[in-house]
Every structure is written in C-alpha cells, then in structure tokens.
Design a binder for this molecule. Structure first.
Ligand SMILES: [Zn+2]
Length: 423
C-alpha cells in the first residue's frame, strides 16, 4: 500500500516535470503549418511550412502542458526523441466540421498551424489526435533541424503595433493580441478605441478583474480593403484581411475564418498566447476554439458577454453549457468515458470533475427548480445535448448572455490557466 502511494505521488510530477527553457530554446517562435484533410471517418496531415517568428510570448517555466485539454496535442521531444521538452493541447475548426452532415459525404481540407518556442538543437515534433476513449495517438512526426535554410524567415515590418495594456514581460504575462478584421485604413482609430472598450469589459469579470496585472493586450494595425465581414445568408461579401464570415456550418451567428495562415502572420508581430479577432460589425455572433483563435463582433448589444464567453472556449477549453441541436448524448459523446471538457459531465466519473464543489443539499442530477437555481450541482442539458450531459449551475457565461460571470467550475479552470501562462 505504501509503495502504491509513493508511486501515485511520483507519477503526476514526472508527467508534468518542467524543463529549463535556456537548455533547449531560443527566445523566439517556431511555427509549424500543415493541412488537415479528410472526412467523418478518417483524416490525414500534410506538411506545409516551418517559419521562424521574432517573439516567444509563452511562459518559459510552464513548457509542458498539465491540463490535458483539447482534441489534439503537440509533443516536442529533444534530439534523442525521448525527452519531452514542450507540449500543448488545442482544438481546430476541422474537428468541429467532421461532426457536420457535410463531412459524411465529402472530404475537405483545413489549414492548421501550431507554435512552440524555437529549439536550439534538433528536435522531434509529434502531432497527436485524441480518440473517442480519450487516448492520444501520434498521427504525424517531423524532425526539426533549427539550422535548416528552408525555415521561412519573413520580415514583420508592414504594420505598426501597440501594447495597449499591461506592464509585465511577455514571459510572465498572459499576452492577448487583438487583430482588426473589417476595419479600413480610416477606421483603424475606431479599432483602437474598440479594443480599449473591450479591455474594460474583460477586467470586469473574475478572475481577470483581480489579476489585471497578469495580462497584456497588444494590437496590430492591419487594415482591410472593405468594412465589415461576409454574411453568406444575406449574400453580403466583403474583402477583408482575415476572411471571416458568419454562417459557419450554416449557423448564422457562428463567425469564423479558415485563413489561419494570415492570422498567424499578423499575430507574429507581437508576443502572444491568445489571438483575438475583433470584427467590425454590429451583428450578433462570435467563435472561440481552444488555443486556435477567438472572434467577437465589435458593436452588438451582447458583444461584452460574447467577448468573455468565446475567451472561455479558446483560453480554457470550456464547453458550451447549453443544449443545441442534439437530443441524445450518444450522437456526440462516447458515454463510457467522461467528456474531456472540465465544465460538462456524463456522470461516468463525476469525481474527476466538480463533485468537490457541489452543494451537499443538491441531488445529483440536480432538478431545474427554483430551490436549486443558485446551487452547484449537475443540471441536465449542456455541450449541445438535451439529455444525459450535465452542467455545474443553472446559468453561467458559458451558457447564456444573462450573466457576465463564469460559474465556480469554469472560474477555477480559467484561474488555473491564467496562473499557468503568467509564471
Ligand atoms: Zn460554467
């Protein structure tokens, strides 16, 4: 028994033991771009390019991901291929697309991109996919030769940049770069003003409110030819720098872009951990995908609530706590294992989720009645599904625009993530 306890204490440390940044990395970014192509049944990865970018915005202490979130993961090993020196979970638009009807009939490709600190020596990059049982598998492997002259070294001097908020060095702060979308040259002053307004919104919400010294906001002044964004359902098409559009997967409010290459090219002007695309329209909508990107519109009456909601997705991998489109959980989830998102559960292993935070008086599952509307329990209806997927509280910013606040379960994760990025 004693042996077992010792082992349990050692294993988690071993898995998340951090490495010394200066032993393995230079203070800039290596970006690896590829295309992911396939359909509902199968997918493949095709190498596109490697780029060297001027800054590293991430932590120099927390190099190994300890969260185990995301549908995909990058694992970077040293020259021997055995010592893990950097890892990060993430999700992409392709992963959402494969759950659509279209993916049952045709194959499509999506451009994707991952970043890591620039290795000093030869290193081995593995791209991994999570399967339905929550096990990761390597699907692509690439040996990085840092001295190779095929690593693209483009200049980043076309647009001006500005640090709009924050005093800390990028290594010890959460760096958010806000990119302008659908702002013409003459509208760039509006962009700057809009971002200042959103920074105020951001710091009204916990845990950012009481940790406002841990965050930097940057902007890159890249204008679009035309104002606004594409609205396919209304046959409105605009020539904009990041090629965003509403009606993603035919959902009107779902605002995304497939132009990941341009997004990364603009973000690379400054050090960053998170990319936020601010879209110059008053239409309701947005999007947020874990360690991929955030989008929000500038002038809608709910823009304030949407801004933090999408950030919950992209920064802390939080699930939507509402039901939408699906009745039966089996359509989206393997009901023999817990979904990996921290703020939804199918009660298969509730201890691994927020059981420690639940109100002792609340039965699990928790009835949707007035008696429990302020309690932490397990309320049915979440993660796009009406039945057998549960959320922590009656309402949370990940469920509706009626509240600006994260529920205690979401808050705990956002706080942990903020600490991870600001050390
Ligand atoms: Zn929540």
């Amino acid at each position: 028994m004693k042996k077992l306890i010792v082992l349990l204490l050692i294993i988690p440390n071993f898995l998340t033991a951090q490495v010394d940044f200066n032993d393995y990395f230079l203070n800039k970014t290596l970006r690896f771009d590829y295309t992911r192509a396939g359909n509902a049944d199968t997918s493949y990865i095709f190498f596109e390019q490697i780029k060297e970018e001027p800054f590293w915005g991430g932590s120099k202490v927390n190099l190994i991901d300890k969260f185990n979130f995301g549908d995909y993961r990058i694992m970077l090993y040293d020259s021997t291929g055995t010592k893990l020196i950097y890892s990060r979970g993430y999700s992409t638009l392709f992963k959402e697309w494969i759950d659509t009807e279209e993916a049952k009939h045709i194959s499509r490709s999506h451009y994707e991109s991952v970043v890591m600190p620039f290795p000093k020596h030869k290193a081995v990059l593995k791209l991994q996919n999570r399967d339905k049982k929550n096990v990761f598998h390597t699907v692509f492997e690439y040996t990085i030769q840092p001295q190779s002259y095929f690593i693209v070294k483009d200049k980043y001097d076309k647009y001006s940049t500005e640090k709009l908020y924050g005093k800390k060095n990028a290594a010890v702060a959460l760096d958010i770069v806000v990119l302008p979308e659908g702002y013409t040259e003459t509208e760039l002053p509006k962009f700057r003003k809009d971002v200042q307004r959103f920074i105020k919104y951001f710091f009204k919400v916990k845990p950012f409110k009481e940790n406002n010294d841990k965050v930097n906001f940057w902007i890159v002044n890249a204008p679009s030819e035309e104002s606004g964004t594409d609205i396919p359902g209304e046959n409105i098409w605009k020539n904009t720098i990041l090629n965003t559009h509403f009606y993603t997967f035919d959902t009107e409010r779902y605002l995304t872009t497939r132009d990941v290459n341009t997004i990364r090219n603009l973000a690379a002007y400054v050090p960053y951990d998170q990319i936020y695309i601010l879209v110059n329209t008053d239409k309701y909508g947005g999007g947020g995908i874990y360690n991929y990107y955030n989008l929000c519109t500038a002038d809608n009456e709910y823009s304030e609530e949407v801004f933090t909601h999408e950030f919950g997705h992209a920064f802390a991998a939080l699930a939507d706590e509402y039901a939408y489109g699906y009745t039966d959980a089996e359509e989206l989830y393997d009901m023999s294992v817990e979904p990996w998102q921290v703020n939804i559960t199918n009660l298969v292993d509730f201890e691994s989720k927020w059981k420690d935070l639940t109100d002792k008086a609340a039965p699990i599952p928790t009835p949707d009645t007035e008696e429990y509307c302020t309690k932490i329990g397990a309320f049915e209806g979440a993660g796009y599904v009406h039945k057998r997927i549960y959320r922590p509280v009656y309402d949370c910013n990940m469920r509706s625009n009626a509240t600006k606040e994260f529920c205690p379960v979401c808050l705990r994760t956002v706080k942990a993530m903020l600490d991870f990025y600001s050390k």
